[in-house]
Design a protein around this ligand. Structure first.
Ligand code: SF4
Length: 272
């Protein structure tokens, strides 16, 4: 197995972040050794770019894929080409079943997700969960960019766990990272990132379901903002909802730093 090699820029990191970066490389190398068929599910947001950079620069045989839901921002879709150009490795793209999307839109309209949680979850199921199930078929493990500090639903997030939803192992190697860790590493290592992070979007999903956040709001406040904060998972990480500890909400307060902040996302799609 190829050992993680420190990429250019690591010397610019503060000791704490340098240690986090080294530990991440070791953790990913360990995952690759035990689960060479594991894949990173990338939303193309900040955390996933850190993981992609770590995997590709270390030459790890871990796959990276994203879900093009059909409702993604153009800026998000552009990251696929940017990654390919930067690292010479492609991100696999999985899309929803066109007939299922068409049927849902015909029955409920293109903006049904605003009408009820049930219709929103059905849209996420068609555009995200089913394509994710296909992307994970035959794999023994997957990797996510989730962090504990992102939301009340993620406050108890373990570094690795059994995923009962998809029936395989799930690794969350950034679980202990802070928002600051993510951005220090991105800037020091010159990792490409979605420009929407510089426009008030710390968390980026589908275009109609994501808005910029206001100062003092938590990082996922802009995701499905019309819903209660303790149910805001799209089905990709459905197991998180049951673990959400009421009252443990962390104030991620995330005042947007000059130059941008950024955190998690979910993959999304285009404009069906
Ligand atoms: S986040 Fe995407 S998949 Fe989910 S309801 Fe919104 S448009 Fe549909």
């Amino acid at each position: 197995m190829t050992a993680a090699v420190a990429p250019a820029g690591v010397q610019r990191l503060a000791p704490a972040q340098a240690a986090r970066w080294r530990a991440l490389g070791e953790r990913l190398a360990g995952i690759a050794a035990r689960h060479p068929d594991a894949a990173l599910a990338s939303s193309l947001a900040a955390e996933d770019m850190v993981l992609t950079h770590a995997i590709f620069t270390a030459g790890l045989p871990l796959a990276v894929f994203t879900l093009d839901t059909g409702r993604l921002h153009d800026e998000t879709l552009a990251m696929i080409g940017i990654v390919s150009q930067r690292y010479g490795r492609a991100i696999a793209v999985h899309r929803p079943d066109a007939a299922a999307v068409e049927q849902h839109v015909t029955l409920h309209g293109r903006y049904a997700f605003y009408e009820s949680v049930e219709l929103r979850k059905e849209c996420c199921r068609i555009r995200k969960v089913e394509p994710l199930r296909r992307a994970l078929a035959g794999r023994s493990a997957w990797i996510t960019g989730q962090r504990r500090g992102q939301a009340v639903t993620r406050a108890q997030l373990p570094l690795d766990e059994h995923d009962p939803v998809f029936g395989l192992h799930k690794f969350n190697p950034l679980a202990e990272w802070s928002e600051d860790d993510v951005w220090q590493v991105i800037r020091a290592l010159d990792i490409p990132y979605n420009p929407l992070h510089d426009q008030g979007y710390p968390s980026i999903g589908c275009e109609p379901c994501t808005r910029p956040i206001r100062p003092g709001e938590d990082v996922r406040a802009g995701r499905w903002w019309w819903e209660s904060s303790d149910s805001k998972e799209c089905g990709l990480h459905a197991g998180n909802v049951g673990k959400a500890a009421v009252g443990t909400r962390q104030s991620i307060a995330a005042p947007l730093r000059a130059g941008g902040t950024g955190l998690d996302n979910d993959p999304s799609e285009s404009k069906t």
